[in-house]
Every structure is written in C-alpha cells, then in structure tokens.
Design a protein around this ligand. Structure first.
Ligand code: HEM
Length: 509
C-alpha cells in the first residue's frame, strides 16, 4: 500500500537532488561498489534451482531507479515507468527502489502468486517513516498466527450483517444530513440554486466518523473532532523523511499518535471495566458493537491494549483515505460518462420507488444487490487504482513462477500495471462499467483485478468499502443532479483529486 500524507512531495525535490549528486560521485569514482553488488546477486541466483533473476537495470548507485519511478508517479501516466521496462525486459523485471534491489511485477499470474506466497518467504515492507508510525504490532506488519487472528476477527466483524446494518443506518443518516446542508448552503439559499460542494471533503467527513464508530464505538461530538484533527496530523507523516527530531513532520505525527493512543486506551479500559462489572459471560451471545469489543471478546493475552489501540489507528487510514477517494473517483468518472450516470440513476431510482411503494426502508442488502452500481464501483477501483501496489520483502531466496527473488530483495506487485494493461482489459484507459457484465470471474480469478490485494492479507474491509460507496452514490443520484468542474487525479504519494472534485449540485424536484 502507499498510504501517506503530504510531506513527501515537498521534501522530495531536495532529497533527490542530494541523492543524485551522491550517485554521480559514486558512479564515476567508485564503480566497483555497484558492480560487485551485481555479482553477489548473480551468485545468489545460482542457489535456487531453476529460478532466474529477472532482467532489468539497478539504475544509479544508492537511488537506483527511485527517482525515475517517482517522476512517472507524478506524471499523468504513472504506469509509464513499468510499461517502458516491461517492453525491454518483460512484465517481471529487476530494479532498485527505495534503497533496495527489487523485482517488479505487472504480470497477473506472478502478482497473484506473490500475494498468495507463504508468509515465511515474503513479508510486508513499508517505508521507514511508515513503519515508525505504525508500530511493530500493526496488522500491516505483523506476521504469523497473530496477524491471522486479527485479520480473521476483523474480516468476520466487517462482513457481519449486524455491522453492515449499523453502517447502513449511520451512513444514511449522515449522508442525508450532509445533503440537506448542501441544499441550505448560502449559494443554494433554499431556493434550489446550485450549491458548490467538494466531494472529496464531504466523503471524508462522512466516512471517517462512521468507520471510527465501527472501530472504537466513539459517537459524534467533541472527542470525535479531536480524534479527527490528531489523525490528520498523524497521516501527514506516513510518507515523510524518517527523521524524528522535534519540528519534523514525523515527530509531529508521532506526537499526534500518542494523543490518539491515550484516548483509545481510555476507551479500551472503560470497556474492560464494563466487561468485568457486567460479567464477561453475560456479554456472550450479544453482538459486538465495535472492533474493540471483538478483540476484547477474543480473550487472548496477546491482544494487549497497545496492540488494539495501534491497530485501531491503522484501520482508520482507509476511513480517511481509500473509501472517500473511491467515492470521489466514482463521481468524477460518472460525470465524464453520461450513459453510465444515466443507467446508474435509473437503477437507483427504480429501487427507491419500489421501496417507497412497499413502505420499506433501504437495507444493506438492497444496496449490494444493485448490479450496475456494483459494476461502476468495480470499474472505479480498476481505473482509479487507489492502492497502486504493495511491497513485500524476501526473507529467504524465493522462487515465484520461475523468477528468483533473492533474500533481502523486495517485490513490488504493481496492481496499476495489471489494471491498465490492454492485454488484460480491453481499452484499459476508458471507464467502461459494462465490461464487468462478462468475463468478470475469469479476470478476477486470474489475478487481473486485485484492488484489495489477495491471499492471507486480502483487505478485510472490502465489502464495507463497496457498501459505503453504494450508499453514497444511491443518495447522490436519487436526490441531486450536478455539474462537475475540471479536476485531475494526483497519483503520488497517495491517489486523490487535486481540487477535491468540485461540483455544483441541485436538488432534484
Ligand atoms: C477502497 C477502499 C479500500 C482499498 C482499495 C483497500 C485496499 C487494501 C489492500 C490492497 C490491502 C492489502 C495490503 C497488503 O497486501 O499488504 C488492504 C489491507 C487491509 N485493509 Fe483495505 N482497502 C480499502 C478499504 C478498507 C476498509 C474500509 C477497511 C476497514 C476498516 C480496510 C482494512 C484493511 C486492513 C485491516 C488491511 C490489512 C490486512 C492484513 O494485512 O491482514 N480496508 N486493503
């Protein structure tokens, strides 16, 4: 994953300039440093029978090909880095990224095999600032039985009908309230004039509070606002220079994490006390209201307050980042594709009329049963590539479908390269939700569509992300018409809309 905040772009210019100078010096004056590295790697290649180190270039000393990767990541075609090398070396090639030699894959089969690889061979790898902020007990870096336990508990909870019903009710209330506020805004003035809205900001406000309630049971109010402020400071440091001195972004983010941890630990303590006073047994059979209840209910000593609070903070990242971006991108793509918007409107209006006629309220199952709406979300995930790829580190020499990944090397599974590959998806740069009517199973099972990862780290929140996006889209298209302004997608360090996707909305009459 490339979660992160805004400090990387500002610092990257000076850092890369310094690295470049160092690289030039090394390249011309100490050539043996780089070439001896290559020989050592070639020697490792001989150790794994039959497997071959992929072709490619390790680039410059120290910086390798990181600068080229970042430059294309900032360009309108971030995948060009991988595309160019794929033409030269194949869809699996070697490179040198973020200070380490790496194998890069945009081959669906190889990528799928990496995602499903044994955790004793490949472990998650994240930039140092991110590791520092996540902590050692984060599910994103945990391995073995503990990761499987937390993953299983989270997956079961996020998939449970009870949580989906709670999230649906919360989301309907929050979306309704936000949309009423648009109609009452000064521009709209209650007379039906268009109101100016930034979809990305609105989606963030709504989704954050709903997921935080699902995670730690916190209701709207002062503490929620405080947590959101601290969280924004925390997330800004996820991709920053790994320097912890006072005044640096990483330091400020660590302080923000400390303050969040204090609040969350207080909530955990209160819940522990409640369990004791009400009797643990009496709580059996009642449905957990939030993720902390689930983890406490597991009764394992390994699930300490520290581990629970660290993980609750990490789980908030998709709430502030991935899900709101999914919603915002869907609105952008729909605005640019009138036939898709029309079909989405028709499908959702039909559901609304039918439910009104039957005198029923919308349930989570209603939203998830909307076939075309789900195609729109699937296509947004493919084209938008909210998570461009994930990185793993080889803890021993590993062979993946004939390719050698030497011990200590990283593997970048570049989802974006697969999702935008014309050999996998016809006309890949076009938003075409109808493509999912056919071939969906073939593409998905063959590793051609992995926005949520795969294997034992498959995103446990995938249903929830789809549900929240479906609810937002339903209320948007059944209550409003809008005109979108021009906006561009920024892909690095995280995917987002440059201007937050400004639209002028008018309530339907
Ligand atoms: C559009 C929305 C989302 C996208 C694109 C997304 C994508 C991903 C991806 C690609 C991974 C795999 C990381 C890896 O293999 O190292 C992942 C893991 C994870 N996601 Fe999501 N996610 C989304 C929403 C959510 C939501 C709503 C939650 C729940 C709060 C969530 C919780 C997690 C957790 C806990 C993991 C770590 C699983 C593990 O390592 O065992 N995600 N996500």
């Amino acid at each position: 994953m490339w979660p992160g905040g805004g400090s990387w772009p500002t610092c990257v210019g000076s850092v890369t300039a310094a690295l470049l100078v160092a690289a030039v010096v090394l390249r011309f004056f100490i050539p043996s440093v780089w070439s001896s590295g290559n020989k050592r790697q070639a020697a490792t290649a001989g150790g794994t029978a039959g497997a071959r180190l992929p072709d490619g270039s390790l680039g410059w000393p120290l910086i390798g090909e990181t600068l080229a990767f970042i430059l294309s990541a900032y360009s309108p075609r971030p995948e060009s880095f991988v595309e160019k090398r794929s033409l030269l070396f194949g869809k699996v090639f070697k490179s040198h990224l973020w200070g380490s030699p790496a194998v890069v894959s945009s081959d669906p089969e190889v990528s799928r095999a990496v995602l499903q690889a044994d955790a004793s061979a490949l472990v998650p790898w994240y930039p140092r600032s991110l590791m520092e902020l996540m902590g050692q007990s984060s599910i994103l870096v945990l391995g073995g039985g503990l990761q499987r336990r937390v993953h299983g508990l989270a997956g079961a909870f996020f998939k449970s009908p009870q949580l989906k019903a709670q999230v649906t009710a919360d989301m309907q209330r929050r979306v309704g309230r936000a949309m009423d506020a648009w109609s009452r805004s000064p521009e709209s003035n209650g007379r039906g004039a268009p109101a100016a809205v930034r979809v990305q900001d609105e989606a963030k406000k709504i989704v954050f509070e709903i997921l935080v309630r699902a995670l730690i049971g916190l209701e709207e109010g002062h503490e929620m606002q405080y947590l959101r402020q601290q969280f924004q400071e925390f997330i800004a440091g996820l991709i920053s220079l790994p320097v912890k001195l006072p005044g640096t972004q990483l330091y400020r983010s660590l302080m923000a994490k400390k303050r969040m941890t204090k609040l969350i630990k207080k909530i955990i303590q209160e819940k522990r006390m409640k369990r004791i006073t009400e009797g643990g047994e009496n709580l059996h059979g009642t449905h957990p209201r939030d993720m902390i209840d689930v983890l406490l209910g597991n009764g394992s000593d390994e699930l300490t307050d520290e581990l629970i609070s660290d993980n609750m903070i990490d789980f908030m990242i998709p709430a502030e980042d991935s899900v709101p971006v999914l919603i915002t991108l869907a609105i952008k793509y729909l605005s640019e594709c009138p036939p898709a918007l029309q079909q989405l409107e028709e499908e959702n209006m039909e559901l609304k009329r039918w439910k009104l006629g039957a005198g029923e309220i919308l349930e989570w199952t209603d939203y998830m049963s909307l076939t075309f709406t789900q195609h729109v979300i699937t296509e947004t995930l493919r084209l938008g590539n909210i998570i461009n790829g994930i990185m793993r580190k080889a803890v021993r020499d590993v062979e993946v479908r004939g390719h050698l990944i030497p011990k200590g090397w990283r593997v970048l599974v570049y989802f974006r390269g697969v999702h935008l590959d014309a050999a996998v998806h016809d006309d890949p740069h076009t938003f075409n939700p109808w493509r999912w009517k056919e071939r969906a199973d073939v593409v998905m099972s063959g590793g051609g569509f992995t926005p949520f990862g795969g294997g034992q780290r498959l995103c446990p929140g995938l249903d929830l992300a789809r549900l929240e996006a479906s609810i937002f889209l339903h209320h948007m298209v059944t209550n409003f018409r809008w005109v979108a302004e021009e906006d561009t997608v920024v892909n690095f360090p995280t995917v987002r809309l440059k201007r937050g996707m400004p639209i002028a909305v008018t309530r339907r009459t």
